[in-house]
Design a protein around this ligand. Structure first.
Ligand SMILES: NC(=O)c1ccc[n+]([C@@H]2O[C@H](COP(=O)([O-])OP(=O)(O)OC[C@H]3O[C@@H](n4cnc5c(N)ncnc54)[C@H](OP(=O)(O)O)[C@@H]3O)[C@@H](O)[C@H]2O)c1
Length: 243
């Protein structure tokens, strides 16, 4: 299948590491031009060198998305773009952090992207949510609530912005990669990690590629009738009907 991403331009927040970095690589491998931001220049440089030979060119800037004015100014320097992937989370159990980063910064960044996306004939917003947005999360209530709030906002945006912009959420399940959240649990709390593996019906965690492939498809013109959806990429680990 041709995703028809060649020649399109995507913006990814938090694209230097983890799931975001693999989204950047996957889009660029499909011929999409990608611009991403993250805070640490050293990690940005590593990611840029890893994607240097792909068909789509990749550029990046060291920006903290919680500085909404600086983020909006950067967007204004990028020219036309077609795809916006808000991927940053504070991955925090602190309410203030979750509200500031996961909710407010994501809404501000998305609202700043909308006027540019409205000029594209193939525009898509693909928010990176989490299965935690629809599960009770007594140990990380602020994180789950933040994900639920923004998934709700994305559904409202889909209604507001169709037929011009397709808005969707992709909700990953537990995702394992070197240096990531679950890798730290694997190293520091192997018993808990075993429980996490067991709660996944596939008896393993997702790879970032398994998330990024769905993000690339949902964001692409190949998914032209996918709108207002929340795609769970969780290996069947949520035991409820997903409305
Ligand atoms: N990992 C999982 O198991 C999992 C499961 C479900 C959903 N998710 C969701 O997937 C998304 C990515 O998670 P991840 O695990 O890949 O995260 P991660 O490994 O912590 O990577 C986060 C990326 O965002 C950047 N970043 C963090 N805060 C930022 C800020 N304020 N401004 C700009 N960039 C920032 C980081 O670079 P700097 O630190 O240099 O800024 C990095 O590039 C999140 O929305 C998360 O909720 C993850």
């Amino acid at each position: 299948m041709n995703l028809q991403l060649t020649g399109m331009h995507a913006i990814v927040t938090g694209g230097s590491f983890g799931i975001g970095a693999v989204i950047v690589r996957t889009l660029a491998a499909e011929g999409c031009r990608v611009s991403f931001c993250a805070r640490r220049q050293s990690q940005i440089d590593k990611t840029l060198s890893a994607v240097a030979d792909l068909p789509g060119t990749v550029q990046a800037k060291a920006i903290d998305v919680t500085d909404s004015a600086v983020f909006a100014k950067w967007l204004g320097t990028l020219g036309p773009f077609d795809i916006f992937v808000p991927n940053v989370s504070a991955l925090s159990t602190d309410w203030k952090e979750s509200i500031r980063t996961d909710i407010q910064a994501t809404v501000d960044a998305t609202e700043a992207a909308i006027p540019v996306l409205l000029e594209s004939s193939r525009a898509a917003i693909t928010y990176i949510g989490s299965k935690a947005g629809s599960l009770a999360a007594p140990k990380s209530a602020s994180y789950g609530a933040g994900k639920a709030a923004v998934a709700h906002y994305m559904k409202s945006l889909a209604v507001r912005l169709l037929p011009t912009i397709r808005v969707n959420t992709v909700s990953p399940g537990d995702t394992l990669f070197a240096g990531g959240l679950w890798d730290k649990v694997r190293l520091n709390d192997p018993e808990h990690f075993k429980e996490v593996v067991q709660r996944n019906p596939l008896k393993r965690l997702a790879t970032p590629d398994e998330i990024a492939r769905v993000v690339a498809f949902v964001s692409s013109p190949a998914a032209s009738f996918v709108a207002g959806a929340n795609w769970y990429v969780d290996g069947g680990s949520t035991n409820h009907v997903q409305f």
